[in-house]
Every structure is written in C-alpha cells, then in structure tokens.
Design a protein around this ligand. Structure first.
Ligand SMILES: [Zn+2]
Length: 442
C-alpha cells in the first residue's frame, strides 16, 4: 500500500497542467494518474494547485560580510524556506585564497547539516589560481559541479580576472560543470558610492555578460548568469546565446517586484541590494524574457539584514550591507505577480521555480519533477487566497521585508519533502537537521 495520495488537485509541471492524483511511497512519487486506490493517508486537495517543490538556487545563509553576517543561519533560513514552499536550496561555500576548495566544501556542508530542507552548494571561487585545477576534480568527487565567480568586488579580493576565469572554465568544462557568474564589470562600477543604480549601472552588467558569453563560447563551459537585473543584461544574454555560447540566466523576485523609485524614500537604504533595483522598463524586459522561457530560474539571492544591521550605514553607502530577504516569499510573490497577474503561465512558473534550476544544477530528475521516481517534494498552493506580506508574520530572521504591505494572491498551504509534511496550515513541521545534502546527479 502507498503511504500517501494527494487527490483532487491540479498538478502543474512545465509541460502539463491538469487534474491528477499523486501517489507517494517511501519518500518518492510512484504514480500520477486517476484517483483509484486508497493509501495509508489521503489528502484532498480540491481547489488547490499541486506544484513541484520549490528550488531556490541562490541563497546566502550565515554569509560573513564586512564584520557582520546575513541574518538567517541554516536553521532559521531553512525553516523559513519550508514555510515558503522551498524544499531545496543551494547556498555557497565561503571562498578564501588560503583554503583548498574541498576543505571549504566540507566546512560549509557541516554548517548546512542543521537544515530542515534539502540542499546543495555552489563552490565560491575566491583567490583560486590556474595551478589548482586538481581541486576542481576533487570537488566533483564530493558531488559538486557548480562554481561561483565574481567579476566585481576587487576591493575585498573576491574578483576573478579574465585569464583566471578562462582557465577555470576550461577545467569546469572537463567535469561537465557550470560556471555561475556575478556579472558586473568592475571597471564600470563605483563601489564607494554604494549599491545603487547610479554607482552600478546596467551597462556594467551588459559588458560582463557579453564577456562571459565570449569565454563560454571559446571554452565550451556551460555558464549561468546570476541575478540578471536589466534589459541590457537580458539582451546581452540572448546575443551571447545566438553567438553559440552555452549560457543560462537567472533573475530575482526583487527585480520583478520593485524598481529604483524605492531609493528616493526616506528608508530607501533598506532596499540595498547588488545589482541594484532598476527601472520599470528593465522590469518589463525581465517579465518578457520569463514569459518566453529565456531563463532557467527565478532565485532569491536571499541575503537578509535587519533594520539594526543596515541603519548605522544610512549615510555611509560604501559600507552599507547589501542584500534582501526572499526565500520564504519567492513562491507566493512570483505566483501573484506572475501567474495571477497574467504575466506568466503556470507551466512557466513550474519551470522557473523547480525544473529549470534542477536541470541547471544537476538536481534533475530527483528534484524539481512531478514524475515517478522523483523525490516527493510538493507544494499545495491555494491560488485564490489573498493575504498581506508582513515581515512580522514571516519566519526569516529579519524584521524587514522589501514587500511589506504587498497584497498577494496565492498562499502556500502544505509542503511535502520526500513524502513528509514539513509545513501545513500555517505550521512548520520540519525539524532542523532533517535536510539532506543532494549531490550532483549523474
Ligand atoms: Zn548572491
């Protein structure tokens, strides 16, 4: 007998939307089809959407930055993820030029082991040199194949020069991995003027993406552009692809939901994020790219700070912590602004929140899929429920939400991870430490 059947709901995948029952046994989906036989537990999902569990491919829990840390640790961040329908997240190692990549991986996996949902890591490349190719192979043997590079942040030593990037891309290609890029051209930004559009213009993103595109074409290394914020960034991505570059892209909910006008408000500094928020025109270009399925993921770049962490730097843009919370609001916000407001259809929603990132980062088909054999990671979403986002009502460890007061349509009412209820009717049921590391599949 199966453990659980979810019946009466509308099952959503990137290829199909329709009524079906989903049967689950031993943490996996075993069958999708007519509601015929009973199971040990049965859940009636009438009027609800049955979505693949969300994958947030870009989060920063407990990120050390400028003498402080992003407000969520792996415990609070992963519990908030569970409440928001995110059943898998991908965080980053903390790169340092003195630390071999495999050691950075082991350390970060140990920190992540308290997580309540499943996870993987991108390997941050800071201070790596071309004579360390062997470390890339060693990391592959640990189950990781995604490597993160910064083309900006020279002052803190995180930037990778193009010669080193090219050498790394050659090595990553050999292991069939992915180069994930923070695409801002250092020479075109003015870090001392803060994380704002007047200091970090869209052209810096455009130049960086074109450059990466050329290197991707030249090396054959699959590349993934993180947090694309602008129309120019999108057009550079598409040009690079036309030129033959194997290149994927991601955008974030804040670029879709907010624009640069927030910086004119008295509390505008609280919206500091890199790259910065841009114009409504940029926003429209991002929505268009999503609707045409040009990108692989909407991920949050979750990196929250509290009022108290940002307030001292109100008049000190150079040292203002940069980053926004998002892991808990990704699903409802993208559903509301995208699907409910008819900018995005449901199939695309399932692509950007599940299958796209799963395919980009070696999690497919274990994760991101509603099909036999996949982990039973599912989200039940009430598409008609309307509620108001309030930081105080969320579980992330910050008292600030950039979406405070937003009225959204679509509410997560149940979340399954490997067949286990981890969130139901407003209650987080997940226990810290139950999350598993998911190595690159295949
Ligand atoms: Zn990031």
């Amino acid at each position: 007998m199966d453990d659980l059947v979810i019946h009466g709901g509308t099952v959503v995948t990137p290829r199909r939307v329709g009524p079906a029952a989903v049967y689950i046994r031993d943490g996996r989906i075993v069958r999708i089809g007519k509601f015929a036989s009973a199971a040990r537990e049965s859940c009636a999902a009438h009027g609800l959407l049955v979505l693949p569990g969300g994958i947030d491919a870009h989060v920063h829990f407990a990120l050390p930055v400028g003498g402080t840390r992003s407000a969520d640790d792996f415990r609070s961040g992963s519990l908030a993820a569970a409440a928001g329908g995110i059943t898998t997240f991908i965080d980053f190692t903390v790169g340092h030029k003195e630390i071999p990549l495999p050691m950075a991986v082991e350390r970060r996996l140990a920190e992540a082991s308290v997580s309540a949902v499943d996870y993987s890591l991108h390997v941050e490349m800071v201070g790596w040199t071309a004579d360390r190719r062997g470390e890339i192979q060693a990391v592959r043997d640990l189950g990781l194949r995604s490597f993160k590079f910064y083309l900006a942040y020279a002052a803190s030593g995180r930037r990778t020069d193009l010669r080193t990037l090219k050498a790394a891309m050659e090595a990553i290609r050999e292991i069939a991995g992915v180069a994930m890029i923070h695409a801002e051209a250092e020479e075109l930004v003015e870090p001392e003027r803060g994380p704002f559009p007047w200091a970090r213009p869209a052209v810096s993103e455009e130049v960086a993406i074109m450059t990466v595109g050329i290197l991707a074409r030249e090396t054959g290394c699959t590349s993934y552009i993180a947090h694309i914020s602008s129309a120019q960034g999108i057009s550079a991505l598409l040009s690079a692809r036309r030129m033959g570059a194997p290149i994927m892209g991601e955008t974030c909910p804040h670029y879709l939901a907010l624009d640069e006008r927030v910086y004119a408000k008295p509390d505008g500094y609280l919206f500091s994020v890199t790259p910065p928020l841009r114009t409504q025109n940029d926003q429209q270009a991002l929505w268009r790219a999503l609707a045409q399925r040009r990108l692989h993921a909407v991920a949050t770049d979750h990196c929250p700070f509290t009022h108290a962490q940002k307030e001292p730097f109100r008049e000190d843009p150079k040292n203002l912590p940069s980053g926004l919370p998002g892991v808990e609001t990704l699903i409802p916000l993208l559903f509301s602004l995208g699907v409910a407001e008819r900018r995005l259809d449901l199939r695309d929603f399932a692509w950007y929140t599940a299958e796209g990132p799963a395919r980009a980062f070696g999690l497919w088909p274990k994760k991101g899929a509603i099909r036999p054999g996949a982990d039973a990671d599912l989200v039940l979403l009430d598409p008609h429920a309307v509620w108001t986002i309030r930081a105080a009502g969320l579980h992330m460890a910050t008292d600030f939400s950039p979406y405070e007061g937003f009225s959204v349509r679509g509410k997560v009412v149940g979340v399954l991870s490997r067949g286990e209820w981890i969130y139901r009717d407003g209650e987080i049921l997940a226990k810290p430490g139950r999350g598993q590391f998911i190595p690159w599949q295949g």
